[in-house]
Design a protein around this ligand. Structure first.
Ligand code: ZN
Length: 64
């Protein structure tokens, strides 16, 4: 029991809601490509927003 509780707290401690900042973007035939970086941990990701009214989806995995 102690082991799973420790593992749970470690997992929660290692993650947070990334605060994505858009560093740059460009329009493609697929939609708007956004290059974003987390203000808190510096991880980067590439998102694609297929339509202005739709939320962007991740094109790439998060990477440092
Ligand atoms: Zn982050």
């Amino acid at each position: 029991m102690t082991d799973s509780a420790t593992e749970e707290s470690r997992r929660v401690g290692a993650t947070h809601d990334h605060g994505w900042l858009t560093e740059s973007s460009h329009q493609t035939s697929e939609g708007l490509v956004l290059y974003v970086r987390c203000a808190r941990c510096g991880v980067r990701r590439v998102d694609l927003m297929p339509h202005p009214l739709l939320p962007p989806r991740a094109l790439s995995r998060e990477q440092r």
